[in-house]
Structures are given as C-alpha cells and as structure tokens.
Design a protein around this ligand. Structure first.
Ligand code: MF3
Ligand code: CO
Ligand code: CO
Length: 295
C-alpha cells in the first residue's frame, strides 16, 4: 500500500464526490497544439464533414493512436489506482507518439483524458479518486496529430461487477455497434439513434439525449450532431467521405442528468449507473469504417 492521501471517493449517500487535481501536465513544444488551446472556445468549423482520402488517412492515424492509448489505459486500470494515474498513462502514451491529448485545454478542460465512474455519464475529470472493485470505469481519449483528431471511449468493470453492471456495459457496446451498422450512405443521421434507442428500450434503459455524437476531423467537434435517441428532426443525409463519432451513453434509470460545480462532470440525476462506448467512423460506399478500432 502506497502512503499517499487520496480522496474518499463517495459521500454518506454513496454518491461520487470530486477529488483533488494533480498539477497540469506539460506537452513538449515540438508537439503541435490545436488552435483552441489557451482560448476560451475553439474557432468555428466551416469546412463541412466530408474529407478527401488524404485527410481520412490522417484521421485514421490519429484514431489508431487514440485506440491504442485507450486499450493501454483500460488494460492498466486496477482497484487502488487513481483516475489521475490513468490520465498520466494516456498523456505519456500520446506525447511519446507525437500526438497532443485533445481534451487538455479544450474549453478549459484541465486533463488529457476524461474518466467517468459509475453514475458519471461523461466528462469526468481525472483526480485522486481511487478505483474500487465493481466500479464501471469509462475512459474517453482523443488524439490530435497532423492537424486532425481521432476520438474514442470505452467502459470496463474494475474487478468483479454486479450482473446489472456487466449487462449494462455489454449492451451499451452492442447499442453503439447497432448505431454504427445503421450508418449507411444515403440515410438520414436519425437512423443511428433510432437503432440505438430501440435496442436500449428492450431492457428499460435510459438513453442520454443532451450529449451526442459529433462530426470530428480537422476540428474536435465540427457542429454536426449525431443523436443517440430517436430524433427524426436530425435529417442530415449520411454521405461517403463523412467522419463522425457514435458514442451512446446509456443508464439503468432515467436519461435526466445533473452537473457538478466543476462545470464538466455530468452525472445521472437519479444517480443510476451509466456506461458509454465511442468510435470515430468514416462512411464509405460499402458502409461505415471504424477508424478507432485498435489494429
Ligand atoms: N471526447 C469527448 C467526446 O467524445 C469530449 C470531451 S471534451 C472535454 O466528444 F472537454 F470534456 F474533454
Ligand atoms: Co466524441
Ligand atoms: Co470522446
């Protein structure tokens, strides 16, 4: 047992509480930073969501790095580590491979990955919170290299989980893959959320509405929105050459959410467990290509 003081991760109600952040991690000056670092918000994206083959090739490289980083982090996560330990692993991996961790300094986000435990839906900030046996851990990591971003996330259970947690994680992954398979050129983007929500509903799960998939590539979030619930008003046609994420957040309870005072950490309002998976995909004439599958 290391002699370091870490936050008690929960309060008397058993709900997660904020921990303490480590000092800011540095990125060597040789690594190119996205334009938004040090600014309150990114510049508007004006170039659409379709990319030529050369740019898709670059997004593939960024996506592969993000995928390998995610595999490394989720494979290292053990009870007794802190979420900040995971941030260090992800940060060092990306930097060693010449990439910038896209979340670091994005709209002021202070860390290189997002770590979302149990009732945290998304955008949890790595801190001195200890991982515990049975936790659902989600890690979200985005790599920026050669002018483009690749964005992925995944969930695992630390040690032995409850059957309901195991089922939630497995079915959330399946829901993401159903959404991906629905993303065929010529269809409206709303088919994706319809596929995801109709599957989640079988189990009585909630599907988060206010956080969505998004166009990604030369910008981290291009403005294109990919809902994960049935929302026919999102009628943009899926076209070949498009790149976007599909990243459903699914809960054991309601889809309503709360935010911590840090302005980032999103939790389920009813504090029910939640899981998420994310891939960056590229639309080809034959269907979706998953760019963030580790090869
Ligand atoms: N990677 C997240 C997504 O999937 C965005 C994180 S933004 C941050 O869109 F600022 F919270 F890091
Ligand atoms: Co994303
Ligand atoms: Co992400």
């Amino acid at each position: 047992m290391k002699n370091k003081i870490s936050a008690m991760p929960v309060n008397a109600q058993g709900h997660l509480v904020p921990g303490k952040l480590s000092p800011k991690r540095e990125v060597p000056t040789r690594i190119k930073k996205p334009e938004y670092v040090g600014k309150p918000a990114p510049a508007p994206h004006t170039t659409g969501d379709r990319y030529d083959q050369a740019t898709v090739g670059k997004i593939r490289v960024a996506s592969q790095l993000a995928a390998r980083a995610l595999e490394l982090i989720l494979g290292s996560a053990k009870a007794g580590m802190t979420t900040d330990d995971l941030d260090r692993i992800g940060h060092e991996f990306l930097v060693e491979n010449g990439a910038y961790p896209s979340t670091l300094g994005y709209r002021g986000f202070p860390k290189s990955i997002c770590t979302s435990l149990n009732e945290v839906v998304c955008h949890g900030i790595p801190d001195d919170t200890l991982l515990r046996d049975g936790d659902i851990l989600n890690v979200d990591i985005t790599a920026y290299i050669d002018g483009v971003h690749g964005d992925t996330n995944g969930s695992v259970i630390i040690g032995e989980g409850s059957q309901e947690a195991i089922d939630l994680v497995e079915r959330t992954k399946e829901a993401m893959h159903r959404g991906i398979r629905a993303a065929l050129p010529g269809r409206e983007v709303s088919v994706i959320g319809r596929a995801i929500e109709s599957y989640a509903k079988r189990f009585g799960y909630g599907v988060i509405r206010d956080f969505t998939g998004h166009g990604v590539g030369t910008s981290f979030h291009t403005g294109l929105i990919i809902p994960h619930y049935d929302a026919p008003e999102y009628s943009t046609i899926i076209e070949t050459g498009m790149v976007f994420t599909i990243e459903p957040m699914i809960t054991l309870g309601s889809h309503e959410w709360d935010m911590w005072e840090d302005g980032w950490t999103v939790t389920t309002k009813d504090k029910s467990l939640t899981a998420q998976f994310e891939h960056t995909i590229h639309i080809t004439k034959d269907g979706p290509e998953i760019l963030t599958e580790a090869k």
